[in-house]
Ligand binder design. Sequence first.
Ligand code: SF4
Length: 349
Amino acid sequence: MSVKGSTALVRLAGNPDCEILGAMVLQEGSEKRFYERVVGVPYDREFGERQSSKRRGAQFERNAYAGDARLLREAFGPILGIDPDYLTVRNLLDDYPGSKDDARIARLRITRGILGDALAGRPAPDIIVQPQLLLPTRPGPKPYFFIAPDLMVRSPGTSIYLPGDLKSFIVRENEVAASDLARVRLQLGAQLLALRHEYDRLDPSIVVPPSGILLFSKPNGLAPHAPRIEDIAGAIEAVRIGVAAFLRHREKVNGLRAGAEPYTVVADLQPHFKDACLSSCVMAQWCRQRVAGLPADMGDVAGNVLTGMTMDRLIDLMAGVAAPGDAHEEVVASHLRSLAGQHSVGRAA
Ligand code: SF4
C-alpha cells in the first residue's frame, strides 16, 4: 500500500522534518516498492499491519455495520439522547463500495450533499458510515489527500457532524495505551481538518469543534465500547504542521527531480531518523545507516541533546583527549566524564 491520505499525514505530523517522507508520498506505488527502488534490493522484512489485526478490524466493522448498524446505534443512542431505534444511518459503501478513486469521488459527492442537507434543515442521517472527505494541497502534484473517517455522527444540537473511527485493538475498560491513543488522535486530527474544509466550502462562519470520536472494541465478541469523545486540538495542530511540511518537501522534491520520478532524488533529501521510525517506516534500516556514528543512532533524546556532534567527538570529550569547543560541549563533556567516573571508564589522557 502506498503512503496516502491520513496515514501519510499522521507520519508527517509525527516527523515533519523528514524530507524522504515527502518523496514517498509523491511516489506512485507501494512503500515496499519505494524502498526497493531507492535501495536497489528486495525488501525482505515483515512490514505493515499483521494479517490477524486486519481480519480483526474487518470483523469489528462488519459487526458494527450489520443490521442497519444496530451496534453503532446502540452505542451512540445514549450519548446523543436519542432512542437507538430512531437513529438513522446511511452506509455509503452500500452506494459505492471499494477504494478506487471513482468510488471515493462518488462517496465524496454524497457526503457533501448530506452535510449541505443537514445545514439546510433537510432530512439527513444521524450517522454516516464510510463518508469521504479530502484535504486540498493544490496547486502541485498530489493536489489533495483523500481522508476517510469510518463514520461521522451528527450532533443533535447543532446539525454539525463530528468524525469518528472504529479501532479494533483489544482494550479493557475503554482504556488505551498512550502511544496508540496519540496515533489515533492524529488520524482524527486529519479527519477534522478535512471536515472543516468541507464546511468552509458551505459556510465559512461554521465552527467545527476540535473533537473526534473513538469507538474501541470490547475484548470479547468485537462489540463496541461506549464512544469516547476526544479533545483533539493538539492533534489538529500537529497535522497542520504535517501538511505544511508536505508542501515544503514537495517543493524541494519537485525542484530536484526535474520531471523524473520522486524516488530518484532521495539521496539529496534529508531524513530525520527517530526511534518511532523503527516501528513505522519501511525505510528505517536504510535511514538508520545514514545516522551511524551520530547520536541519533542512540535514540531520540541523544539525537536532540547532542545535535551536531559525532560519536567519535563524544568519546574524545569523555576521554579528555579533546577540549570542549563551546559552552554546550563543555556541559556535555562534564556529564560524560562524570558518567565515565561512575562506571569506571578510564581516561586516555
Ligand atoms: S525511516 Fe527514514 S524515511 Fe522513514 S520517517 Fe524515518 S527518517 Fe523518514
